[in-house]
Design a protein. Structure first.
Ligand SMILES: O=C1O[C@H](COP(=O)(O)O)[C@@H](O)[C@H](O)[C@H]1O
Length: 232
């Protein structure tokens, strides 16, 4: 499936443009099905987008927000994707949305993933919106090159759900939705910024092994068309 590029002049225009597209998709889902669900990424890129989206006039009480992936850290950690979402997206009117976190204070990441899988089982079949990020190593979600369970996470036969991942480049153990959970989102977005990430994307679009750049799984095999939102 070919990716479609949406190019913006600046970070601010990118945040606003993506927020507009996502708000339209969430409002359409509410109009059609009475509710909407969105899975968002963490990392350094989404903060301005989250702030722009929080200002959109959506029926937020009908929206469920979850995370594409998470670090196995408490939600008050600066490394927590949940904290990023709580501080920047679930504010003002958007605070009425329901958050389904992936982190739970369990003894192990595996135990937390099992709880998260149960808690999120009724949402995202498919997600109305999934906003992916991409690291400079070509990871997306917590599908890291060299990841302990990468083949299983990317296998289309692995069912929807949340699983663990460990990798050298990942820092903490991770919790991540599987490829099959994300690839059919009604609106499937890759949100990246900067010339460096554009070069990483170009490299991922060239021939090569998925395991070396796991974003290739989304570029090549997602059943929904991948919408790439980018600004320099
Ligand atoms: O580890 C993560 O990083 C990616 C990309 O983050 P960025 O800082 O390069 O924008 C992110 O998509 C993922 O959710 C996060 O856990």
């Amino acid at each position: 499936m070919t990716a479609t590029m949406h190019v913006f002049d600046s970070s601010a225009a990118l945040a606003e443009g993506l927020a507009g597209a996502v708000a339209s998709a969430l409002s359409a889902a509410i109009a059609t099905r009475g509710q909407a669900c969105i899975a968002v990424s963490g990392g350094s890129t989404p903060k301005a987008f989250f702030k722009a989206l929080s200002r959109k006039p959506i029926e937020w009480s009908k929206v469920v927000v979850t995370l594409v992936d998470e670090r196995f850290v408490a939600p008050d950690s600066d490394r927590s994707n949940e904290k990023l979402v709580r501080d920047n997206l679930l504010v003002d009117a958007a605070a009425a949305a329901k958050l389904e976190p992936l982190y739970y204070p369990a003894p192990t990441a595996e135990a937390a993933a099992a709880v998260a899988a149960r808690q999120t089982a009724s949402i995202g079949r498919p997600f109305d919106v999934a906003v992916l990020g991409m690291g400079s190593d070509g990871h997306t979600a917590s599908f890291f090159p060299g990841g302990s369970r990468l083949a299983e996470a990317l296998d289309p036969a692995t069912p929807r759900g949340v699983m663990t991942m460990e990798a050298e480049g990942a820092g903490e153990p991770r919790l991540t939705f599987t490829f099959s959970s994300l690839e059919d989102a009604r609106l499937l977005v890759l949100h990246i910024e900067g010339n460096g990430k554009k070069e990483v994307l170009a490299k991922a679009e060239a021939p090569g092994d998925e395991a070396e750049m796991p974003i290739r799984a989304m570029l090549r095999r997602a059943s929904s068309p991948l919408q790439v939102y980018w600004a320099p």
